[in-house]
Design a binder for this molecule. Structure first.
Ligand SMILES: Nc1ncnc2c1ncn2[C@@H]1O[C@H](COP(=O)(O)OP(=O)(O)OP(=O)(O)O)[C@@H](O)[C@H]1O
Length: 281
């Protein structure tokens, strides 16, 4: 999946800034995501992750800077061209019409269709494969209005896959998912061969999934590198205000964080964290 994958394309954010009503939400953010790379975007609530992703899937236009897909500025392309190559699963994604699951998934083919709403045999197979991958085949004829939050999230992910994108943009895709479906989804992202830009809150799942991690704070990039380079005790403390011990998973060797829970003697600090030292964005 996809059956005939398009080559994964690199995507770059070049000095993008976003200002809304005089407030800077994103400040001169530059990131390069290589073709087939999984880049995780981390940061505290309100740090600008969703805003940065909105600029990539064109729900928002940066006030300055540009987003380049395979070297070409998105603002030079039609929205339909972008939709053929970039699929998004976002906090704004909706499935609130009284459609069946298979109908919602088939909508992912819309950017590829020229007038005809009929799916070809290959497209129907693509939809079946996406339902199977997201473990929702048994829900195919159910109305999406009757689904649980996690089931709906998997339907939206299947819709993104049938789009056969070169780039997947995902804003907290593990929201609502139980632990098995979280692991399956992130394992799939690692194997899918697409370029993936994914905002995550779970630092341990990010460490296990992402080739590189970028950390935002107050709309600015404060660190970017491999999970081991970025997820240090110093960064976790200064950006998230949490004490943690870094360990490696005994079987997989993946970096994991063990968090210190606050106690009456050691309450969590709520003062604004400072810039981590020695971490180059
Ligand atoms: N249209 C807007 N107008 C004004 N402020 C906005 C707008 N969109 C976002 N913001 C603000 O910009 C900041 C960044 O929001 P954003 O949703 O990008 O953060 P986030 O890192 O995705 O947060 P979370 O982890 O809570 O999802 C927040 O303070 C938010 O309130």
């Amino acid at each position: 999946m996809p059956a005939h994958p398009p080559s994964a394309l690199p995507i770059s954010l070049r000095g993008i800034s976003v200002e809304v009503a005089g407030t800077t939400l994103i400040r001169e953010l530059s990131l390069d995501v290589g073709g087939g790379e999984v880049l995780g975007l981390l940061g505290p609530n309100g740090s600008g992750k969703s805003t940065a992703l909105r600029c990539v899937y064109r729900a928002m236009r940066p006030t300055a800077g540009a987003v380049l897909l395979d070297g070409e500025s998105l603002s030079e392309q039609s929205i339909r061209d972008t939709a053929r190559r970039i699929a998004a699963l976002t906090q704004d994604s909706r499935a609130e019409l009284d459609f069946t699951v298979e109908e919602v998934v088939a909508l992912g083919r819309y950017p590829h269709q020229n007038g005809s709403a009929r799916l070809t045999g290959r497209e129907r197979e693509l939809c079946r494969e996406a339902l199977r991958r997201m473990d929702i085949t048994h829900l195919a004829t159910r109305s999406v209005l009757t689904l649980s939050g996690g089931e709906r999230q998997r339907v939206l992910m299947a819709r993104a896959l049938v789009q056969e994108p070169a780039v997947l943009v995902l804003d907290e895709p593990t929201n609502h998912l139980d632990v098995r479906h979280q692991i399956e989804l992130l394992g799939f992202l690692r194997r899918c061969g697409l370029t993936v830009l994914v905002a995550l809150h779970d630092l341990n799942l990010a460490a296990a999934t992402c080739d590189r991690i970028a950390v935002l704070r107050s709309g600015a990039l404060v660190a970017c590198g491999t999970p081991a380079e970025v997820l240090t005790t110093g960064l976790v403390r200064s950006v998230f205000g949490v004490d943690a011990t870094v360990v490696t998973h005994p079987r997989t060797g993946v970096l994991q964080l063990l968090y210190d829970m606050p106690t009456a003697d050691r309450p969590i600090e709520t003062d604004s964290p400072t810039t981590p030292e020695g971490i180059a964005p």
